[in-house]
Design a protein around this ligand. Sequence first.
Ligand code: GAL
Length: 816
Amino acid sequence: MKMNSKVVCALMIAITILSQLTYAQARFVKNLEGHWKFQKGNISDAHQVDFNDRNWETVTVPHDWAIYGPFNKDVDKQTVAIFQNGEKVATEKTGRTGALPHIGTAWYRKTFSVPEFEKDKKAILLFEGVMSEPEVFLNGHKIGEWKYGYGYFYFDISDKILDGKNILAVKASNKAFASRWYPGAGIYRKVSLIVKNRESIDQWGTFIETPYISEKEAKVTIKTKVTGDQIKLVTTIFDAKGSKVNSNSTTEHFGNEFEQNIKIEHPNLWSPTSPYLYTAVSQVFVDNQLKDEQSTRFGVRSIKFDSKTGFSLNGKVTKFKGVCLHHDLGPLGAAINKAALKRQLTILKDMGCNAIRSSHNMPSLEQLELCDEMGFMFLAESFDEWAKPKVKNGYNRFFEAYAEKDVVNLVQATRNHPCIVMWSSGNEVPDQAGSEGVKRAKYLQDIFHREDPTRPVTVGMDQVKSVMESGFGSILDVPGLNYRVHLYEEAYEKFPQGFILGSETASTISSRGIYKFPVVQGKMTQHDDLQCSSYDLESCNWSNVPDEDFVLQDDKPWVIGEFVWTGFDYLGEPTPYDKKWPSRSSYFGISDLAGLPKDRYYLYRSRWNTTSETLHVLPHWNWNGREGKITPVFVYTNYNSAELFINGKSMGIQKKNTSTPQNRYRLMWMDVKYEPGTLKIVAYDDDGNQKAVKEIITAEKPYRLVLSPDRKTIKADGKDISYVEVSVLDKKGNPCPTATNQLKFKVKGDGIFRAACNGDATSLEMFHKPTMKLFSGKLVVLVQSTKRSGDISLTVTGNGLKPARTQIKTENLTLE
Ligand code: GAL
């Protein structure tokens, strides 16, 4: 029988409802996202049940109270010397934490009801991240607190929860001098309520390993911690299509742990190129009655770190082509949003990136889910500080009491994600120097090993000489070097592991579409407009340009890969302008804060994306006033040679060569004199055949706007976002790369204007206001769905410009 798509749809809905009903019997999970009441301030009785919060703002969680600004140089202004940056003298720093008003205390209150909560049930309240130092109250009683803003934590509230209406109150407090970047503020990740039977799987009680893998079969070992007596545990594995693969039923347990070994024949392995996922459904029975049921996604894959071959995934030597990411999502702040994360990963995938490092803290669970699905390896980091401070009010205050708890929760909550291939216990911790630090490194690594014997642990080390002396570097499973390309060779000789990871590399600084002359390599170079040159030759005192890392990756088989600082610009840390207002966000990103690729994106793409062609030329060709002046042209391409033509005249062929790191990876015409017109690049293969052509043309004045949404259909879930890129063309249709027109945005229909961002690190325009200037001819508008399905229209206008409009659809059911 052939079914039409409507019938299939109806069937799928019926199956979903049915499965939810069965699920509901055993376990009930509620995402506490809507209708929170919010108020800034230290309000003494806000935890009381009868507190009147009627005049408080209504918000949804995830929420970031500080992202709405305004930017203010006095927020977290500090007179400090940043020792890790090699500073010796204290100077006034503005914008270090993003200049957004994140400091202070705020309260959240939410009323929720649990219909028919029976006394023999168990209730868990799970927080995936509150910035910071949350104190949690239920029905007027304090049920607990946490300290680390990045930690996942939960409380058993079985004794405090009431049948019917409950009042949850959460206090969050951010101190000044507590972070080196914008941390966000408030309940910025998910909160859920889990109601289950007493006889049930413990929170994060499932651990899936794949200790044996061959082409023929894989052994899946599933350890499950269950509370209750007379338990029978049935675990069934399903493949990616939902077909049953195999199952096991057991009553045998040691303590509260059940261990099952289940075979998968001819397993589909997980890898970045083929991110295949299985699901294990664990069912707890007592007297043949279903008491609990939980699904866990996992992958079948093997990892090996070896002194001879470095890192292998599924038996294949693989190098990390990775990026470091801070947790903020630019214009959304720290409030987690899956569409925003997915867009970032989509952009990185096209670049050929295969790995992410969550610097310098626990990743969101949504990001891990996406990395599992989309195929990214993951280095999950825990801390930027141990017991010794980098900033006065940083994690050092909590290390003694919380480090173990935070690591345990990180590992237990995330260890079933196949994407995670390594843990990091710290980044450039000042504890590196001295014997205390070696003990701490060992202490943390042992906790990781105890909780997860299957993955190694690294630390991003910057004090390379002292960790060679102290033994700190030798005890780590994976020695990670942050920058210091000149010390790789020596570290490799001195450390026993036989390989080195570039745990943090490059820290090249640039502003999208901004070019500075003369074109020279520089460290901490400053320009009057507080921008950095996009010729990709500027870096920091401690860092380098990408090509220097490429040399190590290519010439040293024992270098197992790199994690570039950073995939995207982030709020805060505006090096080299941290003393200059109004710089308020970073220049390190391969893409800018709006997610728009800078030139550097194509440099990485030209080597990392081995399946697509890259041919990118810079700078733009709109240099009114530079006529006759030296204006070098760079080309980033996977081809080894290319010819440059200006207005039809050849400027010669350039070939990649090993004379300098730059000449090895870029094609550069250093003596070109600017004349307006057409700049054309012809790329050749090694036999001299023409393979690709690219042209850029000097634009006339801005004439009309163009909108291109990254997705034309989004989910009507009140969360999904379409990112609409706005650019401007001249009358002939050429992009205007220097346009800075002020634009206005209007959203109508079944969606809302969520935010805009132009990637300018010095802009003080607020992201949530429906107007913004173009930066280097572009910006991005974020259009968010409501819970109504239908059509959304975005209209963008600007003085003297032909306006543009785009339509986006929102749908209730997206079959993925
Ligand atoms: C590193 C540090 C990062 C960031 C980066 C900037 O030393 O680990 O968090 O500060 O420098 O270059």
